[in-house]
Design a protein around this ligand. Structure first.
Ligand code: PEP
Ligand code: MN
Length: 448
C-alpha cells in the first residue's frame, strides 16, 4: 500500500487554501496560532494503534460481522463533564450494547460521541433576541452559550479547555471500561440508579438470562478474564480545524498522520463539499472516518466521496452515516446503496435516525418524535434488506439522564412535558429509557 502523498508534511495543511465553512470568527488569529502551537505539543489523547484496531473492527461491521453503536450528546459541554453524567452515559451505552449483542449474536463496537464532541455547525452565523444580534453558539470549544457579547465572542483559550475536558472525560471512560466496571458480570449493576421503567424491567430480564449463561459457562470451566475489559472508542464531528489540525500527529511506527483527538472523526452534512477544506484534510489522515449523508445526496456525490476519501478501498476506513428523515429514507437510501454496491466499494453504513427528524414545537422547543426515530431505523433495515447490503450500525444522540427532550416513548413525553427537563444546549437527546427502548427495537431488527 502506498500513501506517498502523506509523507509530504505540507499535505496536512492543504485545507488552509480551500473554501471552509462553519468556523468561528476569532477576534484575534494570532492568539489562535499561539494556542495551536501549545495544543500541538500536548500529549495525544488516543494512540495510533488503538485507532488501527478500531478500523479493523469497523471493517468487520462493513462486512456484516459486527455492529457499531455510536452515541452521546449532540454537544458536550465543559460543565457537563462530571463523573455522574459521564458514568451514566457510559452505562447507557453498555446496556444498549448488551441488548444488541444478545439480539444480534455478534460483536458490538462501542463508541461514545464523547470526549471531544464540542464543536457545532449552525444554520445561521448569528442569533437575534429582541433587538440584540450576537454570534451563534458554536459549541463550548468556540464560545459560550450565555447570550452576552462577552460569552458569544469566540475565545481561543476554549480550544485548550476542550482538550483538557476531553482528556479528563477519556480518563474516566478508560477507568470505567478497563477497571472492572464494564465486566459483563456487572450487567445488573449498570441498571441501578436509573428510574424504574418498562425498558429497565425488560433489561433486567435479559440481564438475568445473561447471568445464568455466565454461571453455566463458569461451571463448565470457562475462563472469564476476557470479560473484564471492554473496548470503548471515542468519536466526534471533526469540524473545528484549529483544533483538529494541531491534534494531528505523525505516528512514529508508520510515519503516517493520525488525528489523535479521537479514534474516529466524521464530517458533518454541512461541511462535506468535495473541494472543501474538511474533505481535503480528512483525506490525509489515517483514522477511520465518517461522512454524514442527508436526503438530497446524489449517487454521484457518494462515489466521488469514496474516491477521494478511500481511494484504496481499505476495510473500515469509510463510514457513511445516513440521516435522511423517516419520511424519506425508504426512497432516498436504496439508490445510494445500489450504486455503491455496483461500484464494488464496501463502506460501513450506519443510520443516524435523529438529524433528519427535527421539529420545533409551537412553544419553541427543538424536538424529535421517538416514533419517527424508530421509523427511520426500520426504514434503514428495510432498505439494506431490499438491496442486499449490510446495515452496520446506529448513531444516536442520547444521555443517561432522565431528560425530556424527545417526544413519545413509553413514558409518553408530550409537548407540555418537554419543558420539565430540557437540558440540551443543542439538539434533543433520547433519555435513558428511550435509548434502551431503541436498543431493544434494533436488536429485534438484527434478529430478523
Ligand atoms: C450532529 O451530528 O450533531 C450534526 C450536526 O449532524 P449533521 O451533520 O448530520 O447535521
Ligand atoms: Mn446534533
Amino acid at each position: 500500500m502506498t500513501h506517498t502523498a502523506l509523507h509530504d508534511p505540507s499535505a496536512l495543511d492543504a485545507w488552509r487554501s480551500l473554501p471552509i465553512k462553519q468556523q468561528p470568527e476569532w477576534p484575534d488569529y494570532a492568539e489562535v496560532e499561539r494556542v495551536s502551537t501549545e495544543l500541538s505539543q500536548l500529549p495525544p489523547l488516543v494512540f495510533a494503534g488503538e485507532v488501527d484496531s478500531l478500523k479493523h473492527r469497523l471493517g468487520e461491521a462493513a462486512q456484516g460481522r459486527a455492529f457499531l453503536l455510536q452515541g452521546g450528546d449532540c454537544a458536550e459541554t465543559f460543565a457537563g463533564a462530571t463523573a455522574d453524567k459521564i458514568r451514566d452515559r457510559v452505562k447507557t451505552l453498555l446496556q444498549m450494547a448488551v441488548v444488541l449483542t444478545y439480539g444480534a449474536s455478534m460483536p458490538v463496537i462501542k463508541m461514545g460521541r464523547m470526549a471531544g464532541q464540542f464543536a457545532k455547525p449552525r444554520s445561521n452565523d448569528n442569533e437575534t433576541r429582541g433587538d440584540v444580534t450576537l454570534p451563534a453558539y458554536r459549541g463550548d470549544i468556540a464560545n459560550g452559550y450565555d447570550f452576552t457579547e462577552a460569552s458569544r465572542t469566540p475565545n481561543p483559550q476554549r480550544l485548550l479547555q476542550a482538550y483538557h475536558t476531553s482528556a479528563s472525560t477519556l480518563n474516566l471512560i478508560r477507568a470505567f471500561t478497563q477497571g472492572g466496571f464494564a465486566d459483563l458480570r456487572e450487567v445488573h449493576s449498570w441498571n441501578k440508579g436509573f428510574a424504574s421503567n418498562p425498558a429497565n424491567h425488560r433489561y433486567e430480564r435479559l440481564a438475568a438470562e445473561i447471568d445464568r449463561a455466565i454461571k453455566f459457562m463458569g461451571a463448565a470451566g470457562a475462563d472469564f478474564d476476557e470479560l473484564k475489559r471492554v473496548e470503548f472508542y471515542t468519536g466526534h464531528e471533526g469540524l473545528l480545524m484549529d483544533y483538529e489540525r494541531p491534534m494531528t500527529r505523525i505516528d512514529s511506527r508508520t510515519n503516517l498522520p493520525y488525528n489523535t483527538s479521537a479514534h474516529f472523526v466524521w464530517i458533518g452534512e454541512r461541511t462535506r463539499e468535495l473541494d472543501g477544506a474538511h474533505v481535503d484534510y480528512f483525506s490525509k489522515i489515517r483514522n477511520p472516518i465518517g461522512v454524514k449523508l442527508g436526503p438530497t445526496t446524489s449517487s454521484e456525490t457518494v462515489l466521488q466521496l469514496i474516491d477521494k476519501l478511500d481511494p484504496e478501498r481499505e476495510p473500515g476506513r469509510l463510514t457513511f452515516i445516513t440521516r435522511m428523515g423517516a419520511g424519506k429514507i425508504r426512497d432516498a437510501l436504496p439508490p445510494l446503496l445500489e450504486t455503491v454496491k455496483d461500484s464494488g466499494a464496501l463502506p460501513l453504513w450506519v443510520t443516524d435516525p435523529m438529524h433528519g427528524n427535527g421539529i420545533t414545537t409551537p412553544n419553541g422547543y427543538k424536538t424529535r418524535r421517538f416514533d419517527d426515530v424508530v421509523d427511520e431505523v426500520r426504514g434503514f433495515f428495510e432498505a439494506h434488506r431490499a438491496v442486499g447490503t449490510y446495515p452496520g450500525g446506529i448513531h444516536v444522540e442520547l444521555t443517561g439522564d432522565d431528560v425530556t427532550e424527545c417526544l413519545g416513548g413509553s413514558e409518553q413525553i408530550d409537548e407540555a412535558t418537554l419543558a420539565t427537563r430540557y437540558e440540551s444546549l443543542c439538539d434533543p437527546r433520547l433519555n435513558h429509557m428511550q435509548s434502551l427502548e431503541l436498543a431493544f427495537l434494533v436488536a429485534e431488527e438484527l434478529e430478523k
